[in-house]
Structures are given as C-alpha cells and as structure tokens.
Design a protein around this ligand. Sequence first.
Ligand SMILES: *[C@@H]1O[C@H](CO)[C@@H](O)[C@H](O)[C@H]1NC(C)=O
Ligand SMILES: *[C@@H]1O[C@H](CO)[C@@H](O)[C@H](O)[C@H]1NC(C)=O
Ligand SMILES: *[C@@H]1O[C@H](CO)[C@@H](O)[C@H](O)[C@H]1NC(C)=O
Ligand SMILES: *[C@@H]1O[C@H](CO)[C@@H](O)[C@H](O)[C@H]1NC(C)=O
Length: 295
Amino acid sequence: MMEKTLVVFLVVVQAVCQVPLTTSPPPTLSTSVTSTPTTAAPTDRLIKIGAFNIQSFGKTKYGRLDVRDYLVQIVTQYDAIMIQEIKDVSETMIYKFLADCQLHRNFSMVLSARLGRSRYREQYALFYDHDKLTVNKYAEYPDPQDIFHREPLIVHLMEKTKGKELTLMGVHTDPDDVPEELGEMENAYNWAVGQGYPTNALMMGDFNADCNYFKASEYSSVSLATNSSFTWLIDGSADTTVSDRTDCAYDRFVSTGTGLFSNTTVDRFDLTFHLNVSQAKRISDHYPIRTIWVA
Ligand SMILES: *[C@@H]1O[C@H](CO)[C@@H](O)[C@H](O)[C@H]1NC(C)=O
Ligand SMILES: *[C@@H]1O[C@H](CO)[C@@H](O)[C@H](O)[C@H]1NC(C)=O
Ligand SMILES: *[C@@H]1O[C@H](CO)[C@@H](O)[C@H](O)[C@H]1NC(C)=O
Ligand SMILES: *[C@@H]1O[C@H](CO)[C@@H](O)[C@H](O)[C@H]1NC(C)=O
C-alpha cells in the first residue's frame, strides 16, 4: 500500500514538473521512428543496450552498500551498458563492480584509459554479456584536433547467433563544449568506419545535449543534429535527470545505418525500486537510457 502511494506520488510529480519546464524540441529534423519487429526476432537477438552516467563513480559511492546493491541490479538488466563518469583514481573499484555483476550475468568489460585534460579524469566502461555478444575490437577516437575532453570509446560489437554487427560509440561530453564535441562525433564515426568498424552505429551517453549546455540556436551548427543520416532516438522532451527541479534530455542515443532499435526509453530506476528523489540521487543524478537492438 505504501509503495503504491509512493509510485503514484512520483508519477504526479514528474507530470507536473514537465509541463512548465519542457522547452527544447528534439535537435533534429529526422524522426525517431524505428521499426518494432520485436515479435519477429527470437529473444536472444533482442539486445538490451544502455548508457548510464553514474555520477562521480568511485570508491566512496561504491562503498555504500545500498547504492552498490541498486547499481548491480540496474546494470545487470542490460546486455551491454556504457558506464560513464568513473573517477576512481586507483582504477580498482570498477573491477569490484564487474565482479559483483558477474554473480548475476556473464559480463566482460571494455575499459578506456582515464581521459581528460586536467588532473580530473574519467573512464568509460562497457559491460557486456559475453554469452550473447563478442567484442571484436575497440579504440579511443584519436581526436586529431583535440576537440574532446574525453575521447569517445568506440567498440565493435557482434551478436553471437547471427553475427550481426554494430559500432557503439560512448561519450560523456564536457558541458562547456557541447556543440564542438557533438559536432566532432560525425568525424569520429567516419574515422571508425575507415578503420573497418561496422557502418551501423549507435552513439550513446551523456551528451549534455539540452538546457543551458545545448540550446536550440546551436543545433544548426552541429551536423549530428541536422544531417538526416543521424537519428536521435531520445528526443528533447525526455528528462534524463533525477532531480525534480530539472527537466533536461542530457543523455541520448543517436543511430546511423540500418540497425533496428526499438522500445527506446529512460530507465526510471526510481519507479522500479520505489525510491524518492533523495534516495535516487544517492545512485546518480542521471537515469540510464535504454534501447533494444533488434539484431
Ligand atoms: C555463464 O556461462 C556459463 C558457461 O557458459 C553458464 O553455464 C552459466 O549459466 C552462465 N551464467 C549466467 C549467470 O548467465
Ligand atoms: C551526412 O553524414 C554522412 C556521414 O558522415 C555523410 O556521408 C553525408 O555526406 C552527410 N550528409 C550531408 C548532407 O552532409
Ligand atoms: C517493447 O514494447 C512493447 C510495447 O510496450 C512490448 O509489448 C514489448 O514486449 C517490448 N519489447 C521488449 C523486447 O521489451
Ligand atoms: C526519502 O525516503 C527516506 C527513506 O524512507 C526518508 O528518510 C526521506 O526523508 C525521504 N525523503 C524525502 C525527500 O521524501
């Protein structure tokens, strides 16, 4: 009874907050319509892909046992998930997290270097289920003009039953340079294709692509937003932030090529676990985003 009341309360809060705060249209002319032939494909070819900025993810956060338990439950729902904002200097916490997830799923990991321009650096980690998926190769974008603070992590993923392939490109943009960094994503994609990565690609992560960091007036300067080869699967009306005082679609998926993606959504773990805002914020200030690759 208590739990039901809380869920209703949260849904109402969300609905009320969205009305006055939603200001940004999707930064693209292309539609986010994707095919949904989910009934045609066997379930082992429905690959649940996510991107999750686990705010300031280090030993302190992972030391909180309740948070650890929720993080394991959230992340192990996915077949492949791009984890961002790993800041642990000792580079040990992420292996502990992987080991804890491996109690539930046969996860493997692709881990980037610690990336950044100052002493503050972050790593990306892709956790993926090696029963379903193979990683053929991966790279950090060489970024010849040094546009990115944290160069995208590019992964050549292959689904095992049919051998369908996909390039994943994870990025956490710097809030101060969003148009520049998103503008470079097309070059990063073309670089990857030149290196033999699959042309079907899914860009993903905390793009900071909304509110004060990416304004409607800036869309026209960014090919990722204007070129119809790129499809934004999460539109500007989404809210990927946990706070009830913000309504920003920071976290995005952008697809290109002929890959099919369906059921794209914001993963409201607060509703799943019946958490209020302050409890949810202990986990992150972002929700994960989720899509299903119909491989
Ligand atoms: C992990 O892989 C092993 C061997 O393929 C399999 O027997 C086991 O069920 C898998 N574990 C999980 C949690 O999926
Ligand atoms: C859109 O992007 C693709 C991939 O980079 C490129 O091949 C194509 O020329 C671009 N189209 C336009 C109109 O710029
Ligand atoms: C996708 O959404 C539809 C409609 O809500 C649902 O019936 C279907 O089970 C979902 N597919 C997956 C793979 O979750
Ligand atoms: C959230 O729930 C916790 C645990 O039940 C409670 O201590 C806290 O006061 C609640 N916070 C808010 C803002 O409702």
